[in-house]
Design a protein around this ligand. Structure first.
Ligand code: FE2
Length: 263
């Protein structure tokens, strides 16, 4: 069993390159299930729309996760209520539209749980992530409620992400971080069998600052003056992780970082 997780998709070019390339990648790499963090996939670089979600699904994405930008395009609030393949962080305040956890059936008939969480450090206010994680593992068990569990932890700092990785070790198949748009090189299998990568990185314009044009961001940082910060143009990087799973235990046997540049 092989899962592909792709990091934050940014803007139209990130979205279209991913959609164009995914079907052949799935075939070539024999991928059984695809999860994408899509919270920045709108052409503006924040939020996502029903139309974008449908493009992802028709290219072979199975689940779309998100984070702090999920509500930035308003039509998603209604769409998420009826589309269980889009998740928002489970520890958002209730009632928030949509869900933060769902169980899906893979093409090869396994049950896969996907949980979306958001960090508490340097992020907008939400429920305590460790409390939410604790409640989750008290309620759901790997190989009892699902065959595999993937956790997308949308957070800013590496220490909090590392801690969540270890918290779920042995209880999840994969814990992968998103949000910073910068891929880390710490892919590993934790001692009790959970694959971990602190941040999956971005699917978006390579020559950029987190997917945005360099000059306006530099100007804003140098002057603290407000700026429009358009999504950058040019070659797109596709980053994420490919995880191989032992279907008997639900634990990971391999994790490979994905980092490709597409012109
Ligand atoms: Fe984010």
């Amino acid at each position: 069993m092989r899962i592909l997780f792709l990091g934050d998709v940014v803007g139209s070019s990130g979205c279209s390159k991913l959609v164009e390339n995914l079907p052949s990648q799935k075939k070539q790499r024999e991928i059984d299930f695809v999860i994408v963090n899509g919270e920045n996939a709108d052409e503006s670089g924040v939020g996502l729309t029903q139309k974008i979600c449908e493009k992802f699904f028709s290219s072979g994405v199975d689940v779309i996760t998100s984070g702090n930008h999920i509500w930035d395009q308003k039509d998603i609030m209604e769409f998420i209520e009826n589309e269980k393949r889009i998740l928002r962080p489970k520890n958002f305040f209730e009632p928030s539209p949509g869900k933060g956890f769902e169980i899906f059936t893979t093409v090869n008939n396994f049950k896969i749980g996907v949980l979306n969480l958001i960090g508490n450090v340097f992020m907008k206010k939400s429920n305590d992530v460790f409390e939410a994680a604790n409640q989750f593992i008290n309620k759901f068990k790997l190989k009892k409620d699902f065959d595999f569990l993937v956790v997308d932890f949308h957070g800013e700092i590496t220490s909090e992400k590392n801690a969540i990785g270890h918290f779920f070790d042995g209880q999840a198949t994969l814990v992968v971080g998103t949000h910073t748009h910068v891929q880390t090189a710490d892919e590993q299998i934790l001692p009790k069998g959970t694959a971990f990568l602190c941040d999956a990185g971005m699917c978006g314009p390579k020559e950029s600052i987190l997917g945005r044009r360099v000059e306006p961001i530099l100007h804003r940082m140098k002057t603290s003056m407000p700026q429009t910060m358009p999504v950058a143009k040019g070659p797109v990087e596709i980053r994420g992780a490919l995880v191989d799973i032992d279907t008997t235990t639900g634990k990971a046997v391999g994790i490979e970082r994905i980092a490709e540049i597409i012109d």
